[in-house]
Design a protein around this ligand. Structure first.
Ligand SMILES: Cc1cc2nc3c(=O)[nH]c(=O)nc-3n(C[C@H](O)[C@H](O)[C@H](O)COP(=O)(O)OP(=O)(O)OC[C@H]3O[C@@H](n4cnc5c(N)ncnc54)[C@H](O)[C@@H]3O)c2cc1C
Length: 462
């Protein structure tokens, strides 16, 4: 396995990555991107084992509901790059399982790759979302054929791909780009049915980073995002060669959707578990600020917090149901339940703005206007800020000011905006979760129950 230092050095591999108009030659030591590298490096330290062929505990494939629960709990405490690596590995194994009967050689190739990547202790990011061009048209029917990543040349030893994948979390910090079709492909779209692994430093790969990282001098006003943030990469594949052993699907459109659906499952499980923790934290902030404002016993405040608690509990319950009702494949890998995962993720994403609305409603305007930590330290202003930010003897002005900073940083500033959009879009938009929920919901049983309830058994289809 790699140590944190070896990981940092591994990023010096000629990768072509950009930020705010400049090429970044030393990602690990960059003033902003380097902070994400530091978080990922801590992940390397945490899971490091000396033994040959050991693999990180976070990479282990769960074999039962109990092991799946352990992994979910573990992943609530890891950085995003470590988490997406696990979700990628699980995606690949899920896809291998699902294509095995039609393409056993490809399934074998995937499993061999996973084995190798686990042993080399590499980090994988997920390249699914294409540029997509005109959304109303299919991949094969765009004005620009590169709107979806596709094969532009087939050689004996591999393929050449071109296109772009957008919004790829931590793309510049990982080693491997798991590049898979974003949606179903049909006959005539064979070149778009391409799933493969591309090293970040492969010639022709260019990554442009964007980030919600705070740019202020004093990071103490950003207690959450100041020390932990992850950029998204706009990943361009400009005629990139991929050798055959790294190609998992090529030219079989009817299987293209398997990869996106496999990823969707793990991505949404990750999203759901993140939301379960995030929702509880929002309830916590609402209660803490209500107490600090002296309003925790007021009816409308209690009502709002009760509604927040109910939503938080429903999210936890669907996470629990997704784990408990997992299915275990012939290979012994446990997959979370699709219906509960998607329904929970949908409910969490759809109600996130309500949770934040209640929190902001309860908290008051200081969410945006509380003076900074440096103002608290200023001899002229500090004691006055503490005096007026205090609400009663038991509520210290510094404490209440810091609570407001945490609420603003989490919900009302760059990270807050990022969370609002990400909850809805990451893992596919709300629509995607509705489609999958509908696919797995037992509609026939619901119809049968309705007919039985109406004493119309004779109309129940066999
Ligand atoms: C912070 C962040 C991190 C992300 N991380 C990753 C990542 O690591 N890897 C990755 O691959 N992706 C990632 N994504 C991308 C995410 O999965 C997409 O944003 C999401 O799938 C929506 O795609 P889009 O942004 O192209 O929006 P669009 O596809 O343009 O969707 C916008 C709206 O149009 C609707 N729509 C689109 N096409 C149609 C159609 N044909 N018919 C009807 N309605 C339609 C959608 O349902 C949606 O409501 C991330 C996104 C964000 C915001």
């Amino acid at each position: 396995m790699m140590t944190a230092e070896q990981y940092r050095q591994s990023l010096d591999d000629g990768r072509e990555t950009y930020f705010e108009g400049q090429q970044i030659l030393d990602v690990a030591n960059h003033s902003i991107l380097g902070i994400t590298v530091d978080s990922a490096a801590k992940g390397y330290d945490r899971f490091y084992k000396k033994e040959k062929d050991a693999i990180g505990d976070f990479m282990k494939v769960p074999g039962s509901a109990a092991e799946l629960r352990e992994q979910v709990e573990l992943h609530e405490t890891v950085d995003l790059l470590t988490h997406v690596t696990y979700a990628s590995i699980m995606t690949l194994l899920t896809a291998a399982d699902r294509i095995d009967s039609q393409l056993p050689e490809n399934a074998k190739r995937i499993r061999q790759y996973v084995d190798e990547v686990q042993k080399k202790d590499l980090r994988i990011t997920q390249c699914i979302t294409d540029a997509k061009g005109d959304r109303s048209r299919r991949a094969g029917n765009q004005d620009d054929p590169d709107a979806y990543v596709h094969v532009v040349e087939r050689r004996d030893d591999g393929v050449v791909i071109r296109g772009a994948k957008l919004h790829i979390s931590a793309a510049s910090m990982g080693h491997e780009l798991m590049t898979i079709p974003t949606k179903s492909m049909k006959k005539g779209e064979e070149d778009y049915a391409i799933a493969c692994m591309v090293p970040v430093n492969a010639p022709g790969v260019k990554i442009i980073n964007t980030t919600y990282a705070p740019r202020h001098e004093d990071k103490r006003d950003f207690p959450v995002s100041g020390s932990q943030h992850t950029p998204e990469g706009f990943v361009i594949f400009d005629n990139v060669f991929v050798p055959n052993e790294r190609v998992f699907l090529d030219g079989v459109p009817e299987l293209a959707t398997i990869f996106a659906h496999s990823l969707g499952l793990w991505e949404r499980l990750g999203g759901l578990s993140g939301m379960a923790a995030g929702y509880d934290r929002l309830v916590g902030f609402a209660q803490l600020i209500a107490e600090a404002n002296g309003l925790e016993r007021v009816g409308h405040v209690k009502e709002k917090i009760s509604e927040m608690m109910i939503n938080a509990t429903l999210i936890r319950a669907s996470l629990e149901a997704a784990i408990e009702n997992c299915s275990v494949t012939a290979d012994g890998a446990a997959f979370p339940n699709e219906l509960y995962t998607n329904v929970g993720k949908y409910h969490g994403a759809a109600n996130y703005s309500l949770m934040v609305r209640h929190l902001h409603d309860i908290a008051g305007g200081s969410v945006l206007t509380a003076p900074g930590i440096a103002d608290l330290e200023n001899e002229e202003t500090g004691h006055l800020i503490r005096k007026y930010m205090s609400t009663m003897q038991s509520v210290d002005g510094t404490y209440r000011t810091r609570l407001f900073h945490a609420i603003r940083d989490t919900t009302a500033d760059a990270l807050g905006g990022w969370s609002a959009v990400t909850n809805i879009q990451a893992g596919g938009g709300l629509y995607a979760q509705r489609i999958v929920s509908r696919m797995y919901y037992d509609l026939d049983n619901a119809k049968k129950m309705a007919l039985e309830h109406a004493h119309m058994q004779e109309y129940i289809a066999d």
